[in-house]
Design a protein around this ligand. Structure first.
Ligand code: ZN
Length: 72
């Protein structure tokens, strides 16, 4: 099965014979962009699960304050 390779980051058409080191990306730059995208998502998940991480999240602090402590 032969399918045209394209960079997942910038969708640029790839020459399979060009540079296998950056595959499946067109360049080292796009490879890093993809890595940092992945890292961003991973980091968000880790922070969400970390018990102390919520302290620095203004949204979560807001939600806690708006919750009535004694009602129901
Ligand atoms: Zn690219």
């Amino acid at each position: 099965m032969i399918q045209p390779l394209s960079c997942p980051v910038c969708s640029k058409q790839l020459d399979p014979a060009a540079d296998s080191q950056t595959s499946p990306f067109c360049s080292d730059r796009c490879r890093r962009v993809d890595f940092f995208r992945w890292w961003d998502g991973r980091y968000a998940i880790v922070e969400e699960l970390a018990p102390g991480g919520a302290l620095t999240d203004p949204d979560l602090l807001d939600a806690q304050e708006s919750m009535p402590p004694d009602e129901i």
